[in-house]
Design a protein around this ligand. Structure first.
Ligand SMILES: [Zn+2]
Length: 241
């Protein structure tokens, strides 16, 4: 039997009382597991298999199936403050779905898991404002998953984005910004947003972006994620700006 730490990314009802769960695990990447009798047994499945909880899961193998058997769960960490706010919940939902999108199946990807875990802790911290989090989550997950958008240098001629308030366009196909000499793209992103994206959390109070910059960088990353993965994320519709 295997034990893994996991967040639930999706639940699907199966038959009378079973649930099929998509789990983002620390030890095995993304896996699917069936919880037999889950809708009846609160004893084996602590807190009723809720989202936004870090669980320790006991797994078994089933014959001729790549679906694991979820035997038992217990809570490792619940996030009470996070659950008080719609903005925090919707941000956690989005971070979880985006992580699941890039997490490989049955293969350990500790950095992606740890980043998701880190965001749960941030969103559970009353002193942290969740309003700034979404584009930073998008950028970091793209980077950890091996699709870092190039935002500081022109993707064609490699010239550095100037520190003059200039804005450059972004080429989804090439995955980077394009200087005005190399292309005639709609100007979207400037150096300020880039520095904000890569700043440490405790530097954010000194490094701010305005509403328009926020929307621009969010739209750029959202469209790049859609272009790269060909997927629409359900939870993106519920984000608040
Ligand atoms: Zn260029």
């Amino acid at each position: 039997m295997d034990k893994v730490d996991a967040y639930i990314s999706k639940k699907v009802q199966y038959g009378e009382s079973d649930l099929i769960l998509h789990l983002i695990t620390k030890e095995m990447g993304k896996i699917s597991a069936i919880a037999r009798g889950a809708r009846r047994s609160k004893k084996r499945f602590e807190a009723g298999l809720s989202n936004y909880i870090l669980y320790s899961c006991s797994l078994g193998h089933q014959n001729r199936s790549n679906l694991f058997l979820l035997k038992e769960t217990s809570i490792v960490k619940s996030f009470q403050f996070l659950l008080n706010s719609y903005r925090r919940i919707s941000t956690a939902a989005y971070a979880t779905e985006l992580t699941a999108l890039f997490m490989p199946e049955n293969q350990e990807e500790p950095l992606l898991f740890e980043f998701l875990n880190h965001n749960y802790h941030l969103l559970d911290n009353p002193d942290f404002s969740p309003a700034v989090l979404v584009p930073r989550i998008m950028y970091k997950i793209l980077e950890l998953a091996g699709f870092p958008p190039q935002l500081d240098r022109c993707i064609h001629c490699n010239s550095l984005m100037p520190d003059t308030g200039a804005r450059w366009g972004f080429d989804n196909n090439q995955g980077g910004v394009v200087c005005p000499d190399c292309g005639d793209l709609k100007p979207i992103v400037g150096i300020n947003e880039l520095k904000w994206l890569v700043a440490e959390v405790d530097e954010l109070k000194n490094r701010r972006i305005n509403r328009r910059e926020y929307n621009n960088i969010y739209n750029l990353l959202s469209s790049f994620i859609r272009y790269t993965t060909r997927q629409w994320l359900v939870s993106e519709k519920f984000l608040i700006f």
